[in-house]
Design a protein around this ligand. Structure first.
Ligand SMILES: Cc1ncc(COP(=O)(O)O)c(C=O)c1O
Length: 384
């Protein structure tokens, strides 16, 4: 079946966070991480069937949706899980907080990396934990961990939790198995619980890269890991608020559920129906979407050649987000300058990366071309 990613419905005025921000302004939004594409037909049909029923009482988590996730993990990731390991949540951010709170006490330390998806930076302090932020480094053209600094942080006597974004937002890195094994060794050596956020794991753009589920590495790693996943990024259903944690260790799972009980263990019936439909019948769409995103990335790389001072240090290996180093443009507030030029990017400062912006390229190519044209005009005006 052919899918049309070139043409998307108008999103302005449709309760979209991304588009609402610039309502009535000539700014093309390419910030928050959802795509402008229509979800897979199977997802749309599942939602339509649910909506046509017309009765929207409290939802049940039926066996079918657990079985769908178990099958998907086996098929996509070669990971054998049991249905009872799964905990549904309204979304993944509460899961990050839950993982921190169930594995540490107030005043203890969470090790995280930077730049990072903003809740990775704010969740520790909101939970009254200390945070050690280790900067990611570029080695041979790839973003990776600063191993010495990371070990130093993990070795601190108050360190209890390590936050991992696998694949990594905003650097779009798909970590190699040996990098993850090195992390697993650190976690074991310093007895840390790992929160592995794998929400971006099904949009792997680099044909040479393969996603490894952190918890699947070995038994010790599984027993100390909270894996967070959702169909939301890949199949573009973030608005249906349905994510889940997979925790094999019964003790850790009980503690996690106790923390989230009454706060976020509910999700809605549309989210459950859409997750099942995406995992059961979304594969053809997923592959077509990846193909389209690769084409968008090619366009970005081509156009960046005409934007001196805008540097993509590493071609994104996953998702639909690219992290651009614009320090050489000499702007005091690059995000604001691009916004003035009609482009609504994510501000690197929010990710702990001042001087950077993040572009969301999950949109029709013609829109991306217009975004890049506008960016070129802003770049041309920079003093440098
Ligand atoms: C790494 C990561 N985790 C979690 C989320 C958000 O997940 P949710 O909408 O389920 O809270 C995002 C969204 O961009 C993300 O990039």
């Amino acid at each position: 079946m052919a899918f049309n990613f070139d043409s998307c419905p108008e999103r302005a005025g449709t309760d979209s966070t991304k588009w609402h921000k610039y309502a009535n302004r000539d700014v093309i939004p390419c910030w928050i991480a959802d795509m402008d594409f229509v979800s897979p037909p199977a997802v749309v049909e599942a939602i339509q069937r649910r909506a046509a029923h017309g009765v929207f009482g409290y939802p049940a988590q039926r066996d079918e949706v657990f079985e769908s996730i178990v099958r998907y993990m086996r098929r996509r990731h070669g990971w054998e899980i049991r249905p009872e390991w799964i905990t549904f949540m309204s979304s993944l951010v509460p899961g990050i907080h839950g993982a921190i709170r169930c594995a540490s006490k107030s005043g203890e330390t969470v090790v995280t990396t930077s730049p990072a998806y903003p809740p990775f930076l704010t969740a520790p302090t909101l939970s009254e934990r200390n945070a050690i932020k280790c900067e990611m480094v570029l080695v041979n053209g790839y973003w990776t961990f600063d191993w010495a600094k990371l070990e130093e942080a993990c070795a601190q006597s108050a360190s209890r939790v390590l936050l991992l974004c696998n694949p990594y937002n905003p650097l779009a890195r798909v970590f190699k198995r040996d990098e993850l094994e090195r992390l697993a060794t650190l976690a074991k050596k310093y007895d840390l619980t790992v929160c592995s956020d794998e929400i971006h794991c099904d949009l792997i753009l680099d044909p040479q890269a393969r996603h490894t589920v952190f918890a699947s590495l070995n038994e010790d790693t599984a027993s100390r890991t909270v894996t967070l996943m959702a169909a939301s990024k890949t199949y573009n259903i973030a608005g249906l608020t349905c994510g889940f944690a997979i925790i094999s260790d019964a003790g850790l799972r009980t503690r996690f559920r106790r923390i989230l009980q009454g706060l976020s263990l509910d999700q809605n019936m549309f989210g459950l129906a859409a997750t099942k439909a995406a995992f059961d019948d979304g594969e053809e769409w997923r592959l077509a979407c990846i193909d389209y995103l690769r084409g968008n990335l090619d366009l970005i790389e081509k156009e960046l050649k005409e934007m001196p001072g805008v540097i993509l240090h590493q071609r994104p290996q996953s998702s639909f987000l690219a992290w651009l180093d614009v320090r050489a443009l000499g702007f005091e507030d690059p995000h604001a300058e691009f916004e003035k030029g009609g482009v609504g990017l994510s501000n690197g400062t929010d990710f702990g990366g001042p001087g950077y912006v993040r572009i969301n390229f999950g949109c029709p190519r013609s829109r991306l071309q217009e975004i890049l044209n506008r960016m070129k005009r802003v770049v041309a005006k920079a003093k440098k």
